[in-house]
Write a protein that binds this ligand. Structure first.
Ligand code: BG6
Ligand code: MG
Length: 219
């Protein structure tokens, strides 16, 4: 097999937190009277907290000083944490645990590659730390997706060359990041948004080692 390590984005791939990011940003956008729907939210997926805020302010044609930006980001994160601190293991997306266990049983390394600074809290809340050999997240990475840094860091942490890593991503910016890292990329979600990925599936419940081998054959 080409793949020796699988790197998973967290929000929207392993756990259904993408909706909470949206709801928290929506609350801020409403307060600032900036029109913001699921459509615009697509641009925020995979993007760091500050970069997301900048997109929202740009949508509203607002320019604010750094101090106010900090305040807005803190507020959004507080609302987001209110949601994730109540999360239960039922919010782990279907098929994730089974697929990751299958990979590990077959000697394939597994890692998380997420922009989120809240990654440790989510891992602990859901008790999923044992599934990953390494975690690269927003706390150790400087450059946001589509920069490949988070995936290159994850590959380095598990000791596998980027060319032998496969990334699972639900965000267009994340697909770009994986391609920029020279990795195989499987999109999780809709073909329309993730068309640059090597293959797109609706969720990890569609994945297995045999499916991964098929995808590798077709690239
Ligand atoms: C990504 C999400 O995983 O993490 C983005 O897709 C989010 O929506 C980013 O902005 C940063 O997350 P956090 O938890 O550090 O604000
Ligand atoms: Mg995501």
């Amino acid at each position: 097999m080409r793949t020796s390590a699988c790197i998973f984005d967290l929000d929207g791939v392993i756990v259904d937190t993408a909706k909470y990011h949206f709801l928290a940003w929506k609350r801020l956008a409403d307060q600032l009277k900036i029109p913001f729907t699921e459509r615009e939210n697509e641009r925020l997926k995979g993007v760091s907290r500050m970069a997301s805020l900048e997109i929202i302010l740009e949508l509203g044609g607002k320019s604010v000083d750094e101090r106010l930006k900090e305040e807005y980001a803190i507020l959004k994160n507080k609302w987001y944490i209110d949601f994730i601190s109540r999360m239960t293991p039922e919010e782990i997306l279907p098929g994730s645990v089974e697929f990751i266990k299958e990979l590990k049983a077959n000697g394939i390394k597994t890692a998380l590659g997420s922009a989120s600074k809240n990654t440790p809290m989510i891992i602990n809340r859901l008790g999923i730390g044992y599934l990953f050999d390494a975690v690269a997240d927003g706390n150790i990475v400087k450059n946001a997706k589509p920069d490949p840094e988070v995936f290159i860091t994850a590959a380095h942490l598990v000791g596998i060359a980027p060319g032998r890593c496969t990334v699972f991503e639900d965000a267009a910016a994340g697909v770009e990041a994986a391609l920029n890292a020279g990795m195989l990329c499987v999109g999780i979600g809709s073909e329309e948004v993730l068309f640059k990925a090597h293959a797109v599936v609706s969720g990890l419940d569609e994945m297995s080692i045999s499916r991964l081998k098929e995808i590798e054959k077709n690239i």
